[in-house]
Write a protein that binds this ligand. Structure first.
Ligand code: NAP
Length: 305
């Protein structure tokens, strides 16, 4: 495998794959580095109904595979590795990874964000033993079992609806008394007989022997405590950017997102940010793809000029 490229793209979600499509079609030698598998977060979505061009909807996994297929057609190279750092060296960027160092003139960072954790006792202990951050991946393990979904956003409600295909009952636990999810999802959830809601409520502790068996809840308005027997705890309480490795390299905002302008340029010439990792991203697959294309267009200008 080559070690030196014109462009290195970090992250294989819609932003990174679109960037790769554009840089490889511009005939720039391009390497895309992905930690887990192509598709990014969209690969976990059972169904995507808001990506233009697919009037019947498409599975998120398939959408990611198609994007990758399209980008690699133009000779984008893909490496499965974790990026651990970026170092600046006279006109080049050194991208450090678990598979060695690679250099490029321009780098497009599109490594997205990861699910936020609850940060409560029992969460770490039972992750993978009843606690899950991906309903599409793990719902089949909870056939005819009672589960809860924590969160009130689009992700929580989409996944709660999916869980009803498997679980005996899905209780949505939300810290307020109004959902953040879009009206269309709310309508679906409110008319789904298997979904119940616990409003103004948080989980304080997750308990069990080897696997999740019960959760301890607290009502935020009344202070009332309640124990609930459940087999599964699904968590969808938002995202946080995966930018720890960029601290000290690039300016980040207080929440850790990369600050970039409307050309996706960061404070460092030749380093671009695209998709969910960028401050003020709309966090949709389609906007991430747009960011990726924009970043690639200006990366091409940077490399060739
Ligand atoms: P989100 O929209 O930020 O919603 C997070 C939810 O979790 C909110 O309801 C929030 O409560 C709650 N929450 C946050 N921290 C919490 C904590 N510590 N304890 C308990 N609850 C907590 O995140 P998301 O649903 O993951 O979505 C992320 C982005 O992806 C959004 O832009 C969303 O639109 C997009 N997305 C879109 C689709 C779609 O278009 N179909 C599907 C999935 C995701 P509050 O409401 O009180 O803040």
């Amino acid at each position: 495998m080559k070690k030196d490229y014109e462009v290195i793209i970090i992250g294989g979600g819609p932003a990174g794959l679109s960037a790769g499509l554009y840089t490889s079609r511009a005939r720039l030698s391009s390497l895309l580095i992905e930690k887990m598998g192509v598709g990014g977060q969209i690969a976990d979505a059972e169904r995507v109904d808001n990506y233009p061009g697919f009037p019947e909807g498409i599975s998120g996994f398939e959408l990611g595979q198609l994007m990758h297929q399209q980008a690699t057609k133009y000779e984008l190279e893909t490496l499965l590795a974790e990026v651990t750092g970026i170092e600046l060296q006279e006109g080049r960027k050194v991208v450090q990874t678990t598979e060695g160092n690679f250099t490029a003139k321009a780098v497009i960072i599109a490594s997205g964000s990861e699910r936020r954790k609850l940060g409560i006792p029992g969460e770490e202990e039972f992750t993978g033993k009843g606690i899950s951050y991906c309903a599409t991946c793990d719902a089949p393990f909870f056939k005819e079992k009672p589960v809860v979904m924590v969160g009130g956003g689009n992700a929580a409600i989409t996944e709660a609806l999916y869980l009803t295909k498997f679980a005996s009952k899905v209780t949505v636990i939300h810290r307020r008394d109004q959902l953040r999810a879009s009206p269309i999802l709310q309508e679906k959830a409110f008319s789904e007989p298997k979904i119940e809601f616990l409003w103004n409520t948080v989980i304080e502790e997750i308990e069990g022997e080897n696997v999740v068996q019960r959760i301890r809840l607290r009502n935020l308005l009344t202070g009332e405590k309640l124990d609930l027997d459940v087999s599964g705890v699904f968590v969808a309480i938002g995202l946080k950017p995966d930018t720890d490795y960029l601290k000290g390299v690039l300016p980040l905002d207080a929440a850790g997102y990369i600050i970039a302008n409307d050309r996706m340029e960061t404070a460092i010439p030749g380093i671009f940010a695209a998709g969910d990792i960028r401050r003020n991203s709309a966090r949709q697959a389609i906007t991430a793809a747009g960011d990726g294309a924009t970043a690639a267009i200006y990366a091409e200008k940077f490399v060739t000029e």
